[in-house]
Design a protein around this ligand. Sequence first.
Ligand code: NAD
Length: 530
Amino acid sequence: MSTNRQYLLITDYTLVLMPTVSYGKFTLEIPVRVKLFIDGEEVSSSKGKTFTRENPAHFDQTIAVVEEASTDDLNKAIDSAREVFDKDKYGWVTNYRQRLRILYKTAEILREEADRIAVTVALENGMPIRQARAHVLAAAEVFEFYAGLADKVYGDSIVLSNGNVSLIFKEPVGVVAAVSPWNFPMTQAARKIAPALATGCTVIWKPASYTPMSAMEIYRALARAGLPKGVVSVIYGPGATVGNDLVKHPKVDYVSFTGETTTGKLIMQQAAAGVKRIGLELGGKNPGAVFDDASIEETVRAIVFGGLRNAGQACGAISRVLVHESVHEKLVNRLAEVAKDLVIGYPLDDNTDMGPLVSKAQEEKVLGYIDFGKKAGFKVALDGGKLSGGIYDKGYFVSPVIFDNVDPRSRLAQEEIFGPVIAVIPFRTEQEAIEIANSVIYGLTASIFTKDPAKALRVARKLQAGTVWINDAYTQPTEGIWGGYKQSGIGRELGLYGLEEFLEIKQVYVDTTGSLDRPHWRTVMKIDKL
Ligand code: NAD
Protein backbone atom coordinates (compact mmCIF):
# COMPACT_ATOMS: atom_id res chain seq x y z
CA MET A 1 0.00 0.00 0.00
CA SER A 2 1.23 3.47 -0.82
CA THR A 3 2.55 5.76 1.88
CA ASN A 4 2.04 8.69 -0.43
CA ARG A 5 -0.72 10.36 1.57
CA GLN A 6 -2.55 13.09 -0.22
CA TYR A 7 -5.94 14.74 -0.54
CA LEU A 8 -8.14 12.56 -2.63
CA LEU A 9 -11.60 13.03 -3.99
CA ILE A 10 -14.40 10.60 -3.55
CA THR A 11 -17.73 10.64 -5.25
CA ASP A 12 -19.68 12.68 -2.74
CA TYR A 13 -17.06 15.42 -3.18
CA THR A 14 -15.76 15.20 0.35
CA LEU A 15 -12.01 15.29 0.83
CA VAL A 16 -10.40 12.54 2.82
CA LEU A 17 -6.85 11.89 3.92
CA MET A 18 -6.61 8.38 2.56
CA PRO A 19 -4.73 7.00 -0.43
CA THR A 20 -7.90 5.48 -1.78
CA VAL A 21 -10.56 6.22 -4.35
CA SER A 22 -14.08 5.07 -3.60
CA TYR A 23 -17.20 4.51 -5.60
CA GLY A 24 -20.18 2.79 -4.01
CA LYS A 25 -18.98 -0.43 -2.39
CA PHE A 26 -15.66 -0.33 -4.25
CA THR A 27 -12.50 1.15 -2.82
CA LEU A 28 -9.27 1.29 -4.72
CA GLU A 29 -5.97 1.78 -2.95
CA ILE A 30 -3.80 4.02 -5.03
CA PRO A 31 -1.40 4.16 -6.64
CA VAL A 32 -2.11 0.75 -8.10
CA ARG A 33 1.05 -1.19 -8.95
CA VAL A 34 0.74 -2.46 -12.49
CA LYS A 35 3.21 -5.13 -13.52
CA LEU A 36 4.21 -6.60 -16.80
CA PHE A 37 2.51 -9.90 -17.58
CA ILE A 38 5.09 -12.14 -19.19
CA ASP A 39 4.95 -15.88 -19.70
CA GLY A 40 2.07 -16.19 -17.26
CA GLU A 41 3.66 -14.18 -14.44
CA GLU A 42 3.19 -10.64 -13.17
CA VAL A 43 6.74 -9.31 -13.13
CA SER A 44 8.68 -6.10 -12.61
CA SER A 45 10.72 -4.44 -15.31
CA SER A 46 14.08 -6.16 -15.67
CA LYS A 47 15.68 -2.70 -15.82
CA GLY A 48 13.69 -1.48 -12.79
CA LYS A 49 12.04 1.27 -14.82
CA THR A 50 8.52 2.53 -14.04
CA PHE A 51 6.20 5.31 -15.14
CA THR A 52 3.15 6.83 -13.51
CA ARG A 53 -0.38 7.63 -14.57
CA GLU A 54 -2.22 10.59 -13.09
CA ASN A 55 -5.95 10.93 -12.56
CA PRO A 56 -7.23 13.04 -15.49
CA ALA A 57 -10.00 14.40 -13.23
CA HIS A 58 -7.53 15.30 -10.48
CA PHE A 59 -4.07 15.55 -11.93
CA ASP A 60 -2.20 15.88 -8.63
CA GLN A 61 -3.19 12.34 -7.86
CA THR A 62 -1.02 9.45 -9.01
CA ILE A 63 -3.33 6.51 -9.60
CA ALA A 64 -0.92 3.95 -11.04
CA VAL A 65 2.76 3.08 -11.05
CA VAL A 66 3.49 0.96 -14.06
CA GLU A 67 6.45 -1.28 -14.91
CA GLU A 68 8.07 -0.36 -18.22
CA ALA A 69 9.25 -3.19 -20.44
CA SER A 70 12.93 -3.36 -21.36
CA THR A 71 14.24 -4.98 -24.53
CA ASP A 72 14.91 -8.14 -22.49
CA ASP A 73 11.32 -8.14 -21.23
CA LEU A 74 10.03 -7.73 -24.75
CA ASN A 75 12.21 -10.56 -26.04
CA LYS A 76 11.11 -12.83 -23.23
CA ALA A 77 7.45 -12.12 -24.00
CA ILE A 78 7.96 -12.79 -27.69
CA ASP A 79 9.99 -15.95 -27.11
CA SER A 80 7.33 -17.42 -24.84
CA ALA A 81 4.59 -16.61 -27.36
CA ARG A 82 6.70 -18.10 -30.16
CA GLU A 83 7.37 -21.27 -28.20
CA VAL A 84 3.71 -21.86 -27.36
CA PHE A 85 2.76 -21.34 -30.98
CA ASP A 86 5.60 -23.16 -32.73
CA LYS A 87 5.57 -26.19 -30.40
CA ASP A 88 1.81 -26.23 -29.92
CA LYS A 89 2.53 -26.17 -26.19
CA TYR A 90 -0.49 -27.12 -24.05
CA GLY A 91 -2.19 -28.07 -27.33
CA TRP A 92 -2.95 -24.37 -27.67
CA VAL A 93 -2.97 -24.32 -31.46
CA THR A 94 -4.83 -27.59 -31.95
CA ASN A 95 -7.23 -27.83 -29.03
CA TYR A 96 -9.98 -25.41 -29.92
CA ARG A 97 -12.23 -26.65 -27.13
CA GLN A 98 -9.70 -25.44 -24.58
CA ARG A 99 -9.65 -22.04 -26.29
CA LEU A 100 -13.44 -21.88 -26.41
CA ARG A 101 -13.73 -22.59 -22.69
CA ILE A 102 -11.11 -20.03 -21.71
CA LEU A 103 -12.71 -17.32 -23.82
CA TYR A 104 -16.16 -18.03 -22.36
CA LYS A 105 -14.75 -18.02 -18.86
CA THR A 106 -12.98 -14.71 -19.51
CA ALA A 107 -16.25 -13.18 -20.71
CA GLU A 108 -17.99 -14.50 -17.60
CA ILE A 109 -15.36 -13.02 -15.26
CA LEU A 110 -15.45 -9.63 -16.99
CA ARG A 111 -19.24 -9.59 -16.79
CA GLU A 112 -19.32 -10.60 -13.13
CA GLU A 113 -16.69 -8.00 -12.27
CA ALA A 114 -18.00 -5.27 -14.60
CA ASP A 115 -19.10 -2.89 -11.85
CA ARG A 116 -15.71 -3.03 -10.16
CA ILE A 117 -13.68 -2.84 -13.37
CA ALA A 118 -15.77 0.11 -14.56
CA VAL A 119 -14.45 2.10 -11.61
CA THR A 120 -10.90 1.51 -12.83
CA VAL A 121 -11.79 2.45 -16.41
CA ALA A 122 -13.55 5.63 -15.28
CA LEU A 123 -10.67 6.58 -13.03
CA GLU A 124 -7.83 6.21 -15.49
CA ASN A 125 -9.61 7.15 -18.71
CA GLY A 126 -11.94 9.85 -17.40
CA MET A 127 -14.92 8.08 -18.97
CA PRO A 128 -18.12 8.65 -16.92
CA ILE A 129 -19.00 5.61 -14.83
CA ARG A 130 -22.26 4.94 -16.70
CA GLN A 131 -20.36 4.73 -19.98
CA ALA A 132 -17.53 2.77 -18.38
CA ARG A 133 -19.90 0.05 -17.17
CA ALA A 134 -21.36 -0.36 -20.65
CA HIS A 135 -17.83 -0.39 -22.02
CA VAL A 136 -16.71 -3.29 -19.82
CA LEU A 137 -19.82 -5.27 -20.68
CA ALA A 138 -19.17 -4.65 -24.38
CA ALA A 139 -15.67 -6.08 -23.97
CA ALA A 140 -17.13 -9.16 -22.21
CA GLU A 141 -19.49 -9.62 -25.14
CA VAL A 142 -16.58 -9.61 -27.59
CA PHE A 143 -14.87 -12.45 -25.67
CA GLU A 144 -18.15 -14.35 -25.58
CA PHE A 145 -18.76 -13.91 -29.30
CA TYR A 146 -15.32 -15.20 -30.28
CA ALA A 147 -15.58 -18.05 -27.78
CA GLY A 148 -18.54 -19.17 -29.86
CA LEU A 149 -16.43 -19.11 -33.00
CA ALA A 150 -13.42 -21.00 -31.64
CA ASP A 151 -14.89 -24.35 -32.76
CA LYS A 152 -16.22 -23.03 -36.05
CA VAL A 153 -13.05 -22.26 -37.98
CA TYR A 154 -13.84 -24.44 -40.98
CA GLY A 155 -11.88 -24.74 -44.15
CA ASP A 156 -13.15 -26.04 -47.44
CA SER A 157 -12.70 -28.89 -49.87
CA ILE A 158 -12.94 -28.90 -53.64
CA VAL A 159 -13.28 -32.08 -55.67
CA LEU A 160 -11.46 -31.05 -58.83
CA SER A 161 -12.41 -31.88 -62.41
CA ASN A 162 -9.41 -34.23 -62.65
CA GLY A 163 -10.77 -36.22 -59.73
CA ASN A 164 -8.21 -34.95 -57.25
CA VAL A 165 -8.96 -32.95 -54.13
CA SER A 166 -7.94 -29.51 -53.01
CA LEU A 167 -8.25 -29.04 -49.27
CA ILE A 168 -8.37 -25.49 -47.92
CA PHE A 169 -7.18 -25.26 -44.33
CA LYS A 170 -7.60 -22.17 -42.18
CA GLU A 171 -4.75 -21.80 -39.72
CA PRO A 172 -3.83 -19.23 -37.08
CA VAL A 173 -1.52 -16.56 -38.46
CA GLY A 174 0.96 -17.01 -35.60
CA VAL A 175 2.39 -14.60 -33.05
CA VAL A 176 0.34 -11.41 -32.98
CA ALA A 177 1.51 -7.98 -31.82
CA ALA A 178 -1.54 -6.13 -30.52
CA VAL A 179 -1.16 -2.38 -29.95
CA SER A 180 -4.17 -0.56 -28.54
CA PRO A 181 -5.28 3.00 -27.71
CA TRP A 182 -6.59 4.53 -24.48
CA ASN A 183 -9.96 5.87 -25.57
CA PHE A 184 -11.93 2.63 -25.25
CA PRO A 185 -9.23 0.60 -23.52
CA MET A 186 -11.05 -2.68 -23.05
CA THR A 187 -13.13 -3.11 -26.19
CA GLN A 188 -10.33 -2.06 -28.52
CA ALA A 189 -8.08 -4.69 -26.97
CA ALA A 190 -10.80 -7.36 -26.81
CA ARG A 191 -11.40 -7.01 -30.56
CA LYS A 192 -7.82 -8.08 -31.16
CA ILE A 193 -7.12 -10.52 -28.36
CA ALA A 194 -10.37 -12.51 -28.45
CA PRO A 195 -10.37 -13.37 -32.17
CA ALA A 196 -6.62 -13.98 -32.13
CA LEU A 197 -7.03 -16.49 -29.31
CA ALA A 198 -10.11 -18.06 -30.88
CA THR A 199 -8.02 -19.01 -33.91
CA GLY A 200 -5.08 -20.36 -31.86
CA CYS A 201 -2.69 -17.43 -32.20
CA THR A 202 -0.54 -16.17 -29.35
CA VAL A 203 -0.42 -12.48 -28.46
CA ILE A 204 1.93 -9.83 -27.15
CA TRP A 205 -0.14 -6.83 -26.23
CA LYS A 206 1.07 -3.29 -25.69
CA PRO A 207 -1.75 -1.19 -24.23
CA ALA A 208 -1.72 2.62 -24.19
CA SER A 209 0.18 4.13 -21.28
CA TYR A 210 -2.81 6.21 -20.11
CA THR A 211 -4.87 3.09 -19.40
CA PRO A 212 -2.61 0.46 -17.83
CA MET A 213 -5.09 -0.74 -15.22
CA SER A 214 -7.81 -1.69 -17.70
CA ALA A 215 -5.23 -3.86 -19.43
CA MET A 216 -4.35 -5.47 -16.12
CA GLU A 217 -8.00 -6.33 -15.59
CA ILE A 218 -8.07 -8.16 -18.91
CA TYR A 219 -4.86 -10.12 -18.38
CA ARG A 220 -5.97 -11.08 -14.88
CA ALA A 221 -9.34 -12.25 -16.19
CA LEU A 222 -7.58 -14.33 -18.85
CA ALA A 223 -5.23 -15.82 -16.24
CA ARG A 224 -8.14 -16.64 -13.92
CA ALA A 225 -9.93 -18.27 -16.82
CA GLY A 226 -7.03 -20.70 -17.13
CA LEU A 227 -5.03 -19.24 -20.00
CA PRO A 228 -1.81 -21.26 -20.34
CA LYS A 229 1.47 -19.47 -19.71
CA GLY A 230 2.93 -17.48 -22.57
CA VAL A 231 -0.21 -17.41 -24.71
CA VAL A 232 -0.74 -13.71 -23.92
CA SER A 233 1.93 -11.39 -22.58
CA VAL A 234 1.35 -7.73 -21.78
CA ILE A 235 4.11 -5.15 -21.93
CA TYR A 236 3.91 -1.47 -21.05
CA GLY A 237 5.91 1.49 -22.23
CA PRO A 238 6.09 4.32 -24.75
CA GLY A 239 4.79 3.59 -28.21
CA ALA A 240 7.81 5.14 -29.90
CA THR A 241 10.19 2.67 -28.21
CA VAL A 242 8.45 -0.36 -26.70
CA GLY A 243 5.57 -0.34 -29.23
CA ASN A 244 7.90 0.24 -32.14
CA ASP A 245 10.28 -2.55 -31.09
CA LEU A 246 7.34 -4.91 -30.78
CA VAL A 247 5.80 -4.28 -34.19
CA LYS A 248 9.10 -4.50 -36.06
CA HIS A 249 10.27 -7.62 -34.22
CA PRO A 250 11.17 -10.34 -36.73
CA LYS A 251 9.48 -13.03 -34.60
CA VAL A 252 6.08 -11.32 -34.85
CA ASP A 253 3.86 -12.58 -37.68
CA TYR A 254 0.97 -10.15 -37.60
CA VAL A 255 0.43 -6.62 -36.29
CA SER A 256 -2.99 -5.54 -35.11
CA PHE A 257 -3.00 -1.83 -34.38
CA THR A 258 -5.58 0.72 -33.28
CA GLY A 259 -4.58 4.35 -32.95
CA GLU A 260 -3.89 7.49 -34.89
CA THR A 261 -3.52 7.46 -38.65
CA THR A 262 -0.02 8.97 -38.40
CA THR A 263 1.06 6.13 -36.08
CA GLY A 264 -0.61 3.61 -38.37
CA LYS A 265 1.53 4.81 -41.27
CA LEU A 266 4.70 4.32 -39.22
CA ILE A 267 3.59 0.84 -38.27
CA MET A 268 2.87 -0.02 -41.87
CA GLN A 269 6.42 0.99 -42.77
CA GLN A 270 7.86 -1.14 -39.97
CA ALA A 271 5.75 -4.11 -40.98
CA ALA A 272 6.81 -3.75 -44.60
CA ALA A 273 10.39 -4.73 -43.74
CA GLY A 274 9.18 -8.20 -42.73
CA VAL A 275 6.24 -8.28 -45.20
CA LYS A 276 4.03 -8.77 -42.17
CA ARG A 277 0.31 -8.79 -42.43
CA ILE A 278 -1.32 -5.91 -40.60
CA GLY A 279 -4.71 -4.76 -39.41
CA LEU A 280 -5.07 -1.02 -38.87
CA GLU A 281 -7.96 0.73 -37.10
CA LEU A 282 -7.23 4.42 -37.41
CA GLY A 283 -8.75 7.89 -37.10
CA GLY A 284 -12.00 9.35 -38.32
CA LYS A 285 -13.69 12.65 -39.16
CA ASN A 286 -17.17 11.32 -39.37
CA PRO A 287 -20.15 13.08 -40.94
CA GLY A 288 -23.72 12.99 -39.74
CA ALA A 289 -25.93 14.11 -42.65
CA VAL A 290 -29.29 15.56 -41.60
CA PHE A 291 -31.88 15.81 -44.36
CA ASP A 292 -34.89 18.12 -44.40
CA ASP A 293 -37.35 15.38 -43.41
CA ALA A 294 -35.37 14.12 -40.40
CA SER A 295 -36.90 14.00 -36.95
CA ILE A 296 -34.99 16.82 -35.26
CA GLU A 297 -35.36 15.55 -31.71
CA GLU A 298 -34.19 12.01 -32.52
CA THR A 299 -31.36 13.36 -34.67
CA VAL A 300 -30.12 15.72 -31.99
CA ARG A 301 -30.04 12.91 -29.44
CA ALA A 302 -28.13 10.68 -31.84
CA ILE A 303 -25.60 13.45 -32.56
CA VAL A 304 -25.08 14.22 -28.88
CA PHE A 305 -24.56 10.52 -28.13
CA GLY A 306 -22.41 9.92 -31.20
CA GLY A 307 -20.45 13.15 -31.00
CA LEU A 308 -19.92 13.68 -27.30
CA ARG A 309 -19.75 10.17 -25.87
CA ASN A 310 -16.47 9.85 -23.95
CA ALA A 311 -16.00 13.63 -24.43
CA GLY A 312 -15.75 13.12 -28.19
CA GLN A 313 -12.61 11.02 -27.78
CA ALA A 314 -13.98 8.37 -30.05
CA CYS A 315 -12.81 7.30 -33.49
CA GLY A 316 -16.37 6.86 -34.75
CA ALA A 317 -17.67 10.12 -33.28
CA ILE A 318 -19.83 12.42 -35.37
CA SER A 319 -17.57 15.46 -35.60
CA ARG A 320 -19.11 17.04 -38.70
CA VAL A 321 -22.83 17.69 -38.83
CA LEU A 322 -23.97 18.27 -42.40
CA VAL A 323 -27.44 19.75 -42.33
CA HIS A 324 -29.94 20.68 -45.02
CA GLU A 325 -30.37 24.45 -45.14
CA SER A 326 -34.14 24.22 -44.51
CA VAL A 327 -33.66 22.65 -41.04
CA HIS A 328 -30.26 24.15 -40.33
CA GLU A 329 -31.25 26.77 -37.78
CA LYS A 330 -33.72 24.54 -35.97
CA LEU A 331 -31.21 21.70 -35.66
CA VAL A 332 -28.29 23.83 -34.52
CA ASN A 333 -30.36 25.60 -31.88
CA ARG A 334 -31.67 22.36 -30.44
CA LEU A 335 -28.25 20.69 -30.64
CA ALA A 336 -26.70 23.54 -28.71
CA GLU A 337 -29.46 23.38 -26.08
CA VAL A 338 -29.07 19.67 -25.45
CA ALA A 339 -25.25 19.73 -25.50
CA LYS A 340 -25.24 22.66 -23.09
CA ASP A 341 -27.28 20.65 -20.60
CA LEU A 342 -24.71 17.85 -20.30
CA VAL A 343 -23.32 17.49 -16.80
CA ILE A 344 -19.55 17.76 -16.88
CA GLY A 345 -17.95 16.39 -13.78
CA TYR A 346 -16.15 13.59 -11.99
CA PRO A 347 -16.18 10.33 -13.87
CA LEU A 348 -17.09 8.53 -10.64
CA ASP A 349 -20.31 10.45 -10.20
CA ASP A 350 -23.48 8.82 -11.52
CA ASN A 351 -24.76 12.21 -12.69
CA THR A 352 -21.80 12.93 -14.90
CA ASP A 353 -22.48 12.87 -18.63
CA MET A 354 -19.02 14.01 -19.71
CA GLY A 355 -15.76 13.56 -17.86
CA PRO A 356 -12.37 15.18 -18.41
CA LEU A 357 -10.18 14.68 -21.43
CA VAL A 358 -7.58 11.98 -20.99
CA SER A 359 -4.47 14.15 -20.62
CA LYS A 360 -2.89 17.56 -20.69
CA ALA A 361 -1.65 16.90 -24.23
CA GLN A 362 -5.17 16.01 -25.39
CA GLU A 363 -6.58 19.10 -23.68
CA GLU A 364 -4.02 21.33 -25.38
CA LYS A 365 -4.78 19.77 -28.75
CA VAL A 366 -8.55 20.26 -28.37
CA LEU A 367 -8.20 23.83 -27.05
CA GLY A 368 -5.89 24.58 -29.98
CA TYR A 369 -8.67 23.63 -32.42
CA ILE A 370 -11.24 25.67 -30.51
CA ASP A 371 -8.89 28.63 -30.65
CA PHE A 372 -8.36 28.07 -34.36
CA GLY A 373 -12.12 27.94 -35.02
CA LYS A 374 -12.72 31.18 -33.14
CA LYS A 375 -9.83 32.99 -34.83
CA ALA A 376 -11.00 31.74 -38.21
CA GLY A 377 -14.28 33.52 -37.47
CA PHE A 378 -16.65 30.55 -37.62
CA LYS A 379 -19.95 31.25 -35.87
CA VAL A 380 -20.02 29.80 -32.36
CA ALA A 381 -23.37 28.13 -31.79
CA LEU A 382 -22.37 26.78 -28.39
CA ASP A 383 -19.49 28.40 -26.61
CA GLY A 384 -17.52 26.19 -24.30
CA GLY A 385 -13.92 25.23 -23.77
CA LYS A 386 -11.66 24.99 -20.75
CA LEU A 387 -13.62 24.90 -17.52
CA SER A 388 -12.31 26.45 -14.36
CA GLY A 389 -13.26 26.85 -10.74
CA GLY A 390 -13.84 24.21 -8.08
CA ILE A 391 -13.22 20.67 -9.24
CA TYR A 392 -12.41 21.81 -12.77
CA ASP A 393 -9.13 23.42 -11.73
CA LYS A 394 -7.52 20.05 -11.12
CA GLY A 395 -8.65 18.17 -14.19
CA TYR A 396 -8.69 18.36 -17.97
CA PHE A 397 -12.31 19.47 -18.20
CA VAL A 398 -13.44 20.97 -21.49
CA SER A 399 -17.10 21.66 -22.27
CA PRO A 400 -18.60 21.14 -25.76
CA VAL A 401 -18.14 23.70 -28.49
CA ILE A 402 -20.30 23.79 -31.62
CA PHE A 403 -19.10 25.81 -34.57
CA ASP A 404 -21.62 26.71 -37.23
CA ASN A 405 -21.29 27.47 -40.95
CA VAL A 406 -17.86 25.89 -40.98
CA ASP A 407 -15.97 25.88 -44.26
CA PRO A 408 -15.79 22.17 -45.21
CA ARG A 409 -12.20 22.68 -46.41
CA SER A 410 -10.97 24.17 -43.14
CA ARG A 411 -8.87 22.28 -40.60
CA LEU A 412 -11.87 22.23 -38.28
CA ALA A 413 -13.77 20.18 -40.85
CA GLN A 414 -10.88 18.10 -42.15
CA GLU A 415 -8.76 17.03 -39.16
CA GLU A 416 -9.54 14.64 -36.34
CA ILE A 417 -9.84 16.70 -33.13
CA PHE A 418 -10.76 13.89 -30.74
CA GLY A 419 -12.64 16.07 -28.29
CA PRO A 420 -16.06 17.70 -27.69
CA VAL A 421 -15.96 19.93 -30.76
CA ILE A 422 -18.58 19.69 -33.50
CA ALA A 423 -18.46 21.47 -36.85
CA VAL A 424 -21.82 22.19 -38.49
CA ILE A 425 -21.83 22.54 -42.27
CA PRO A 426 -25.05 23.41 -44.15
CA PHE A 427 -25.83 21.87 -47.55
CA ARG A 428 -28.43 22.41 -50.27
CA THR A 429 -28.59 19.16 -52.25
CA GLU A 430 -28.14 15.45 -51.66
CA GLN A 431 -25.16 15.45 -54.01
CA GLU A 432 -23.52 18.29 -52.14
CA ALA A 433 -23.98 16.45 -48.82
CA ILE A 434 -22.29 13.36 -50.29
CA GLU A 435 -19.40 15.37 -51.69
CA ILE A 436 -18.75 17.15 -48.39
CA ALA A 437 -19.06 13.88 -46.46
CA ASN A 438 -16.46 12.23 -48.69
CA SER A 439 -14.10 15.22 -48.83
CA VAL A 440 -11.79 14.09 -45.99
CA ILE A 441 -8.90 11.62 -45.88
CA TYR A 442 -10.85 9.44 -43.44
CA GLY A 443 -13.68 6.99 -44.02
CA LEU A 444 -14.58 5.34 -40.74
CA THR A 445 -18.27 6.04 -40.07
CA ALA A 446 -21.16 8.17 -41.24
CA SER A 447 -24.74 8.75 -40.14
CA ILE A 448 -27.75 9.62 -42.26
CA PHE A 449 -30.87 11.12 -40.75
CA THR A 450 -34.01 10.98 -42.90
CA LYS A 451 -37.45 9.38 -42.93
CA ASP A 452 -37.02 8.42 -46.61
CA PRO A 453 -35.61 4.86 -46.76
CA ALA A 454 -34.83 5.04 -50.48
CA LYS A 455 -32.82 8.23 -50.00
CA ALA A 456 -31.07 6.76 -46.97
CA LEU A 457 -29.92 3.70 -48.91
CA ARG A 458 -29.00 5.72 -52.00
CA VAL A 459 -26.80 8.02 -49.92
CA ALA A 460 -25.40 5.16 -47.82
CA ARG A 461 -24.13 3.46 -50.98
CA LYS A 462 -22.26 6.60 -52.01
CA LEU A 463 -20.59 7.33 -48.69
CA GLN A 464 -16.99 6.21 -48.28
CA ALA A 465 -17.23 4.77 -44.78
CA GLY A 466 -16.83 1.38 -43.13
CA THR A 467 -20.05 1.84 -41.17
CA VAL A 468 -23.07 3.91 -42.18
CA TRP A 469 -25.85 4.31 -39.64
CA ILE A 470 -29.33 5.27 -40.73
CA ASN A 471 -31.13 7.26 -38.04
CA ASP A 472 -28.58 6.22 -35.45
CA ALA A 473 -25.02 6.84 -34.40
CA TYR A 474 -22.23 4.84 -32.80
CA THR A 475 -24.09 1.59 -32.33
CA GLN A 476 -21.59 -1.23 -32.77
CA PRO A 477 -23.03 -4.72 -32.89
CA THR A 478 -20.39 -7.29 -31.96
CA GLU A 479 -21.70 -9.51 -34.77
CA GLY A 480 -21.25 -6.70 -37.29
CA ILE A 481 -18.00 -5.16 -38.46
CA TRP A 482 -15.78 -2.24 -37.57
CA GLY A 483 -13.14 -0.67 -39.75
CA GLY A 484 -12.48 2.07 -42.19
CA TYR A 485 -12.21 3.13 -45.81
CA LYS A 486 -9.33 5.32 -46.98
CA GLN A 487 -6.94 6.46 -44.24
CA SER A 488 -9.19 5.13 -41.48
CA GLY A 489 -7.55 1.77 -41.79
CA ILE A 490 -7.01 -1.63 -43.31
CA GLY A 491 -9.03 -4.72 -42.46
CA ARG A 492 -12.03 -5.20 -40.22
CA GLU A 493 -12.62 -6.03 -36.57
CA LEU A 494 -15.65 -7.64 -34.93
CA GLY A 495 -17.93 -10.29 -36.36
CA LEU A 496 -16.84 -13.08 -38.66
CA TYR A 497 -14.60 -10.74 -40.66
CA GLY A 498 -12.69 -9.90 -37.48
CA LEU A 499 -11.81 -13.58 -37.11
CA GLU A 500 -10.56 -13.92 -40.69
CA GLU A 501 -7.89 -11.28 -40.00
CA PHE A 502 -6.07 -13.77 -37.77
CA LEU A 503 -6.20 -16.69 -40.20
CA GLU A 504 -3.83 -17.89 -42.86
CA ILE A 505 -5.26 -19.98 -45.69
CA LYS A 506 -3.43 -23.07 -46.86
CA GLN A 507 -4.15 -25.34 -49.79
CA VAL A 508 -3.31 -29.04 -49.57
CA TYR A 509 -3.56 -30.75 -52.95
CA VAL A 510 -4.20 -34.48 -52.78
CA ASP A 511 -3.69 -36.82 -55.71
CA THR A 512 -6.31 -39.55 -55.61
CA THR A 513 -5.51 -41.27 -58.92
CA GLY A 514 -2.34 -43.06 -57.80
CA SER A 515 -1.38 -42.98 -61.47
CA LEU A 516 2.22 -42.53 -62.60
CA ASP A 517 0.99 -40.86 -65.71
CA ARG A 518 -0.46 -37.42 -65.16
CA PRO A 519 -1.17 -35.42 -68.33
CA HIS A 520 0.60 -32.27 -67.08
CA TRP A 521 3.80 -34.18 -66.22
CA ARG A 522 4.11 -35.05 -69.93
CA THR A 523 4.87 -31.38 -70.67
CA VAL A 524 8.29 -31.96 -69.04
CA MET A 525 9.04 -35.68 -69.64
CA LYS A 526 8.01 -38.29 -72.18
CA ILE A 527 6.50 -40.81 -69.79
CA ASP A 528 6.14 -43.59 -72.49
CA LYS A 529 9.94 -43.88 -72.60
CA LEU A 530 10.46 -44.22 -68.84
P1 NAD B 1 -1.73 6.57 -30.77
O1 NAD B 1 -1.52 6.29 -32.21
O2 NAD B 1 -1.02 7.71 -30.18
O3 NAD B 1 -1.36 5.31 -29.88
C1 NAD B 1 -2.00 4.05 -30.02
C2 NAD B 1 -1.09 2.98 -29.46
O4 NAD B 1 0.07 2.91 -30.28
C3 NAD B 1 -0.59 3.26 -28.06
O5 NAD B 1 -0.50 2.04 -27.35
C4 NAD B 1 0.79 3.85 -28.30
O6 NAD B 1 1.66 3.69 -27.21
C5 NAD B 1 1.23 3.01 -29.50
N1 NAD B 1 2.25 3.65 -30.35
C6 NAD B 1 2.52 4.96 -30.53
N2 NAD B 1 3.53 5.12 -31.40
C7 NAD B 1 3.92 3.88 -31.79
C8 NAD B 1 4.90 3.38 -32.68
N3 NAD B 1 5.71 4.21 -33.36
N4 NAD B 1 5.02 2.05 -32.85
C9 NAD B 1 4.20 1.20 -32.19
N5 NAD B 1 3.25 1.61 -31.32
C10 NAD B 1 3.10 2.94 -31.13
O7 NAD B 1 -3.32 6.73 -30.59
P2 NAD B 1 -4.09 7.08 -29.25
O8 NAD B 1 -3.91 8.53 -28.96
O9 NAD B 1 -3.79 6.09 -28.19
O10 NAD B 1 -5.60 6.80 -29.69
C11 NAD B 1 -6.37 7.74 -30.35
C12 NAD B 1 -6.43 7.44 -31.83
O11 NAD B 1 -6.89 6.12 -32.03
C13 NAD B 1 -7.40 8.33 -32.59
O12 NAD B 1 -6.82 8.72 -33.81
C14 NAD B 1 -8.59 7.42 -32.84
O13 NAD B 1 -9.37 7.78 -33.96
C15 NAD B 1 -7.92 6.10 -33.02
N6 NAD B 1 -8.84 5.01 -32.74
C16 NAD B 1 -9.30 4.29 -33.80
C17 NAD B 1 -10.22 3.27 -33.58
C18 NAD B 1 -10.76 2.47 -34.71
O14 NAD B 1 -11.34 1.43 -34.45
N7 NAD B 1 -10.60 2.88 -35.95
C19 NAD B 1 -10.64 2.99 -32.28
C20 NAD B 1 -10.14 3.74 -31.24
C21 NAD B 1 -9.22 4.74 -31.47
